[in-house]
Design a protein around this ligand. Sequence first.
Ligand code: NOJ
Length: 559
Amino acid sequence: MRITDTSDLWWKTAVVYCLDVQTFMDWNDDGMGDFVGLTERIDYLHELGVTCLWLMPFYPTADRDDGYDVTDYYGVDPRLGSAGDFVELVRTARDRGMRVIVDLVVNHTSDRHPWFRSARSSPTSPYRDFYVWREDKPPDTSKQVVFPDKEDSLWQYDEKAGAWYFHRFYRSQPDLNITDQRVRDEIVKAMGFWLELGVSGFRVDAVPFIVETTGVDAQELARFHDPHAYLRELREFVGRRTGDGILLGECNLPHKDQKAFFGGSDGDELTMQFDFIGMQNLYLSLAREDARPLARAVKRRPKVAEESQWATFVRNHDELTLDKLSDGERDEVFAAFGPERAMQLYGRGLRRRLPPMLDGDPRRIRMVYSLLFSLPGTPVLFYGEEIGMGENLEVEGRLAVRTPMQWTAERNGGFSRARPSRLRRPLPDGPFGPEHVNVADQRQDRESLLSFITLLIKRYRESPELGWAQFHVLDQPHRNVLAHECAHDERRLVALHNLAASSCTVPLTLEGCDSTHHLVDLLHEGSDFSVDDRGRTEIPLDGFGYRWLRLSLDRRRLA
Ligand code: NOJ
């Protein structure tokens, strides 16, 4: 490995872990998670093998969108702790070799942000143009709203302002007017602030909407006409201030449109983007027990510059969106994994976590996480996935998957010592409740999901080719099997995944190999497969089985 491969471009081989401070660990017994609690749990995350924490919004907020409605870009929500507690967390994480990135929510502010309060109060407010206004009646935009259960227009009439303002999300989240230079200056100032406090970059919320300019008048638009130039500026800024800070962008778009957000051939805009298309096709493949939709999606990912990277994930904190599948495909996934109305959201997604969708089948759950960590890209875990937490459908909307972390079998899952009624969201009951699914039990159990995911992360971190390689599907006869190879420099790893319940044997022909080679199974101790003099081998796979096979020449080398 060249030296830059393993260290400088740290995000290429990172393990990202997303969490919300308010649901992770409550240290002052008030029923809400806090920075002190999270800091106390850094060693747990370190042992798991996490290398980068992504903190969901922790800023002062009006709390109408779980923190994605910020009232102060320079603060910490006092319910979660202080700025000092934030710095302690970053320092402790850094001490364990862990970076921290934070959510940057600048498509909009809260309507309680002082800028908007001032802007709506008078047309002559210096902040008026921080937002997007119109005086005439807006057209029908009901088809374009993001949250159709709560909104039916992208414009909201404001009595105080005597005008309509633009909001891509909830009406309590007025969009900032990015064409105003002062807004752009404010955004970089806030970014600079958190970078000085030690963060390694940002998960950038709603990127395509940040740079969209709907409703902005033509004159202003003429002054600001290149959204990509703006993203380049942000990336340059992060680079100048930190050297190796990143922008991990949320762009739920078709692959071809995502490509533009990575920038030019040198990857000078977003450093990483979530692969929403790969994620949605993963579920289609699982529903059909057919690996081809997933293989096709990952194969069609646009090639990106060496500095850029795809981020892979099984689910995030929102509804598990299936919006880029066809109606028929989405119906197949709904039928397989969320047939009840209460499990679905906005007609396009599921508000469930993976284990309940798979009826808790441990083989299938493990196979999915084996896929997550072996598909080329940087894996992103959502808190609780490592122990197989379920959702609580009693909790409203998207928040069903944002219940407290389950640490022990005790009251409140060991998350808080407050009275259960003080918790903002109840934990689930039943087979996925804390009595059955918790960290403490799984830490003691070498066969637990937690132990398995810890092993996957260990092997993933020992195999930098997984982060660096392009996707290369190997020919074999079973449609329910995904066989792919990741090769980078002198390293080669073959991964096999069986998406169906029946076992099979996978014949493979490995290019450039002969009987001096053999395959060492990195996940099942003691399994080793020979290759014949024409590079052929046969690998048995259980139902829902998986293998990571390191191609090795020299038996003395560590697999
Ligand atoms: C995308 C975030 O993931 C979601 O949780 C939020 O509601 C919207 N952006 C608005 O900020």
